[in-house]
Design a protein around this ligand. Structure first.
Ligand code: NAD
Length: 319
């Protein structure tokens, strides 16, 4: 049987750091090639890492050839809030990189491609909870690029039979790597302040409800989708994926239940607030549940408890 060789692009980011580890466990460390435009800050002896700019198609082609890559997880992107600072650059990076990956996968007949989409594809006209098939009218360049990206993925499946799979992640919450400039980053930052007994200024208003997901659920969803038999996959644009939804006031209350001295106040950032207000605040993920058995494990309470325990353990190790 052919040995799978997996290329992760954008492996140093919030998602890539943990997905690379999970892929190394699901396969063998030597089967996973982690790449990023930034060098690794803490080189990991078990990880085969290379610096790669996905916009350099020649370098990407060489990497795929050299390692006999069979699957690509293309995670590199500029996220929502950061994207609004430079819309043209964001469009260029998000779209060009995906087209490089899809073209190379088609030319070299790779087995599979994974492309993360986002709740940023919904918009103010999307019904709530957001159905799988619905009005999508994103207002950020990030959301527009993810929607176009989804359509390109589906195009390569329909036209060339390329097995591209994708999930529309909610805001991801994790303790391993810092978030990369999204509108839901407050839900990670809050924990770092709380465990250090520092007050936290939240950049969204107290009743801003958004869909979120704890990283272990996101990683499991990704691997379950990618390992599902091809005949189970009915959507090659991107699957809706739900887990938890909460407001800043609700997460603050859950944190306070474990760290009673925690204090949060609101310092609303108008740009981030406008982005959050344009997104659906809950997701209908019935199709993912039916097609490949998706079911989240973490609710708000268990996610908060696990985040705090892990960050406290990290601080204790540093002391
Ligand atoms: P991140 O910003 O933390 O990481 C992105 C990584 O891509 C960074 O390490 C960056 O150095 C790398 N990168 C940027 N330009 C590159 C280039 N030209 N070549 C190679 N690498 C490059 O982002 P993340 O949170 O890990 O997100 C990963 C993916 O998941 C993205 O596509 C994002 O849109 C999607 N997503 C994330 C969230 C979330 O809440 N984190 C939610 C929905 C979707």
């Amino acid at each position: 049987m052919k040995e799978e060789k997996i290329l992760v692009i954008g492996a140093n980011g919030q998602l890539g750091t943990e997905l690379t580890k999970a892929l190394q466990t699901a396969y063998k460390p030597s089967q996973v090639i982690a790449t990023d435009i930034r060098p690794q800050s803490n080189p990991d002896a078990d990880t085969c890492f290379e610096v790669l700019d996905v916009l350099d198609k020649e370098a990407l082609t060489q990497t795929v050839r050299k390692h006999k890559i069979t699957q690509i997880y293309h995670l590199a992107a500029i996220l929502s809030a950061k994207g609004e600072e430079n819309p043209i650059l964001t469009w260029d990076i998000n779209m060009k990189s995906l087209l490089h990956v899809l073209e190379l996968a088609r030319e070299r007949q790779l087995d599979k491609v994974y492309y993360p989409s986002s709740i940023a594809v919904y918009g103010t006209k999307t019904p709530i909870p957001a159905p799988q098939w619905t009005v999508l009218n994103p207002s950020t360049v990030y959301g527009i690029s993810k929607l176009a990206g989804e359509k390109w993925c589906d195009y390569y499946f329909q036209k060339y039979g390329l097995d591209v799979r994708s999930l529309r992640y909610p805001g991801l919450i994790s303790h391993s790597a810092p978030p990369g400039g999204g509108t839901t980053d407050y839900a990670v930052d809050i924990f770092h302040k709380a465990v250090r007994q520092e007050p936290f200024a939240c950049f969204l208003s107290e009743n801003t409800r958004l869909p979120m997901m704890y990283m272990p659920d996101a990683i499991r969803a990704t691997l379950e989708l990618m390992h599902a038999p091809a005949e189970k996959i009915t959507i090659h644009s991107s699957y809706n994926l739900g887990a938890i939804d909460f407001t800043p006031a609700e997460i603050a209350q859950a944190v306070k239940a474990l760290i009673p001295e925690f204090e949060m106040h609101y310092q609303v950032n108008p740009l981030k607030q406008a982005i959050a207000d344009s997104w659906a605040d809950a997701i209908d993920d019935q199709v993912a549940r039916q097609d490949w058995g998706w079911k989240p494990e973490y609710d708000l309470k268990s996610m908060v408890a696990d985040m705090i325990a892990n960050l406290k353990a990290k601080i204790a190790l540093q002391a």
